[in-house]
Write a protein that binds this ligand. Structure first.
Ligand SMILES: NC(=O)c1ccc[n+]([C@@H]2O[C@H](COP(=O)([O-])OP(=O)(O)OC[C@H]3O[C@@H](n4cnc5c(N)ncnc54)[C@H](OP(=O)(O)O)[C@@H]3O)[C@@H](O)[C@H]2O)c1
Length: 327
């Protein structure tokens, strides 16, 4: 079937129902290998675009800037205006420099220039704060971001991560509204079948204000692909094989119980665990577009195949009930 488009929250922008994440483009693994090389990144981008995808998710720090460079090279051969480019700013870009991080005006202005230079474009469609900055006044960063929208370098604004929490997003948007500045119209936060922490507070905020919702790590970093087994070592070369944090976060008995339900549903639909896990997000009424992070073209194909699965209400509910929601 291929990738369809949806509206980004209440905006008029049409974005792909699956966004392509680039966090691993040019990033270094613990063994020194590049997780996704320039060539591999270009193959992923080619296949994603060929399948109808237009939405590329980046951040200024991914691969130390290499993610945006790889995308920029590739865009040079494309019609840039056909793509929705998103990036993020917050994390440090220089060691021991308190101004080279956060959401202070100096860092925001430096980084928007760096992002546009690396991408070789005049504008990004969507700029996120990568997280909240407790040390910069809200009005300082909202006014600065509004300036980027006014001068055309940014089209829409987003807030990423659990920190800002719901009230902080609302506070920033209330200040923006009062001042006539551009508000956050989109959010990006972790959501998947084994991480439902947004549900008590953040999700009602997203729904109540009609914000876009881009779940990141939709496959729980690969856990929800079915390639990990209870009481077995992670497969060689997988994220679980080389990241302690991944093993601590995901390889738990509770998560394997959820996976059992996903496998049951997958069998009923003659589908894969990947398809069912992503279909649950694709069919979630609050979700705009999950941000997928395939490392290979085969993984990308398997992710795209999720758009072919149509879960019944009953299957959707069984999956939703398989996870305990924290209150
Ligand atoms: N805003 C934020 O703070 C934030 C944070 C995290 C991520 N993100 C965004 O979200 C994107 C996706 O995050 P994520 O990489 O954690 O997403 P994910 O979809 O949960 O995990 C992707 C990983 O799962 C494995 N995988 C994917 N498809 C597979 C398949 N068909 N078969 C087997 N394994 C498969 C691969 O890992 P291995 O092959 O290495 O095992 C792949 O790198 C990032 O690139 C970034 O753009 C944003």
């Amino acid at each position: 079937m291929g990738i369809n488009t949806v509206k980004l929250g209440k905006t008029g922008l049409n974005v792909s129902e699956l966004a392509l994440g680039t966090a691993r483009f040019g990033s270094q693994r613990s063994d020194g290998e590049k997780e996704i090389s320039r060539d591999q990144a270009h193959r992923l981008l080619d296949r994603y675009a060929e399948a109808g995808g237009n939405f590329i998710d980046m951040a200024d720090v991914y691969g130390g800037g290499r993610a945006e460079e790889y995308v920029g090279d590739w865009l040079g051969e494309q019609d840039r205006d056909k793509f929705i480019l998103a990036s993020k700013i917050y994390w440090p870009t220089r060691e021991d420099d308190p101004n080279a991080q956060g959401l202070n005006r100096k860092h925001l202005r430096t980084q928007i220039d760096n992002i546009l230079n690396r991408l070789g474009t005049d504008y990004v469609d969507l700029l996120y704060i990568h997280r909240w900055d407790n040390e910069t006044p809200v009005a300082e960063f909202m006014r600065t971001l509004n300036g980027f929208v006014n001068d055309g370098r940014v089209h829409y604004l987003g807030a990423s991560n659990r920190d800002p929490n719901a009230w902080q997003v609302v506070k920033a948007n209330e200040i923006a509204k009062r001042e006539g500045w551009e508000p956050f119209t989109n959010t990006q936060i972790i959501v998947n079948l084994v991480d439902r922490q947004i549900e008590p507070e953040y999700l009602p905020m997203v729904e109540s204000y009609g914000l876009g919702l881009m779940p990141f790590s939709p496959l729980a970093g690969g856990f929800l692909t079915g390639k990990y087994e209870r009481d077995e070592s992670p497969p060689e070369g997988s994220r679980g094989a080389h990241e302690d944090r991944f093993r601590e976060m995901y390889l738990t008995d509770e998560n394997f119980d959820v996976l059992d339900t996903v496998r049951e549903v997958a069998d009923e639909y003659n589908a894969s665990v990947v398809q069912v896990s992503l279909a649950w997000l694709l069919q979630h009424p609050a979700v705009t577009a999950p941000v997928i992070g395939p490392r290979t073209v085969d993984q990308l194909e398997a992710n795209i195949d999720a758009t072919d699965v149509d879960l019944s209400e009953d299957a959707f509910e069984r999956l939703s009930e398989a996870t305990s929601v924290p209150y």
